[in-house]
Design a protein around this ligand. Structure first.
Ligand SMILES: C[S@@+](CC[C@H](N)C(=O)[O-])C[C@H]1O[C@@H](n2cnc3c(N)ncnc32)[C@H](O)[C@@H]1O
Length: 275
């Protein structure tokens, strides 16, 4: 029963009711947080739920239970946690991540993918950034203490100072998994601006998103994007950038949409001129 209700309001035909309720709550919330973004509201409301003992599919340190508002989720075992995020981690090595590279995990959440990146990378090469520290703190509680002590990953909340500090490190990779699907269209430019601000000539950004033929909201806090809108927003951040879009699932037929896609952002090489 709880599962059915959860499915109806989150994925089923009831999601539009949920979206209307979410939008109304956001309007009220904005009165108390003038100038704040939907992303802050989205992340903040999940953080409150986690503090109240609820579980979430990808965030926090508890096993996900549908309808956990009235259930009592238990803490994830380390071994269970380790099985999560492996598909996204495989993407990073597929696109060339090496242990000696510096990697920023933008919207790292509770380290579902971050745990594998930390394990793979050399010490002090992993930077986990998120708009809410509670998420990565929960993720840290699922990692062996030894991993934190030997690999010395760095965690920070996102703001202009953090972005500047990280950009000075010249990261090779900026990865952002399962984040863009939660960014509404009017915050797309800001999302890409922050990512691009950390990129240097040799950086590449690896970002997943839900790709559809046209941009459409598909859940209370989920948007599918058409590639033209994504590419236009990236180009708004600089004319020296180019994008490549591939399916996450390499078995999938190129044209079939909707699907989870990978967006790569790179900087064009400066041509050497004698002038
Ligand atoms: C579904 S979780 C994914 C977390 C992690 N990347 C993973 O794959 O498990 C989405 C994350 O994006 C973060 N987020 C939401 N809006 C963001 C924004 N505008 N900039 C950066 N992170 C954001 C949330 O706080 C949350 O941790």
């Amino acid at each position: 029963m709880k599962r059915t209700l959860f499915e109806f309001f989150n994925k089923g035909s009831g999601w539009k009711l949920t979206a209307a309720a979410v939008d109304f709550k956001f309007l009220l919330w904005r009165i108390r947080h003038p100038g704040a973004h939907f992303s802050d509201f989205y992340a903040g409301s999940i953080a409150v739920g986690l503090k109240q003992g609820r579980s979430h599919k990808t965030l926090g340190n508890k096993k996900f239970l549908s309808g956990s508002l009235v259930s009592h989720p238990v803490k994830l075992e380390h071994s269970e946690n380790q099985t999560r995020g492996t598909n996204y981690f495989a993407v990073t090595t597929r696109y060339g991540l090496q242990p000696e590279h510096i990697c920023v995990d933008y919207g790292c959440g509770s380290l579902r993918v971050g745990q594998h990146l930390i394990d793979y990378l050399q010490p002090e090469k992993y930077f986990g950034l998120d708009i809410v520290s509670d998420f990565y703190e929960a993720g840290k509680s699922l990692l062996p203490q030894q991993a934190l002590e030997t690999k010395k990953p760095k965690f920070q909340t996102i703001n202009s100072i953090t972005l500047k500090t990280v950009s000075i490190k010249n990261p090779h990779f900026i990865v952002s998994f399962a984040v863009l699907k939660h960014i509404p269209p009017n915050e797309l430019d800001l999302y890409f601006r922050n990512i691009v601000s950390m990129m240097s000539a040799h950086s590449q950004a690896v970002i997943t998103f839900n790709q559809a033929k046209r941009t459409v909201r598909t859940g209370a806090k989920i948007w599918d994007y058409c590639q033209d809108e994504i590419i236009a927003s990236v180009h708004n951040q600089g004319s020296d950038l180019y994008c490549i879009i591939n399916p996450l699932d390499t078995e999938q037929i190129e044209e079939s949409l909707p699907r989870i896609s990978i967006l790569l952002i790179r900087k064009k090489k400066k041509s050497l001129s004698n002038n």
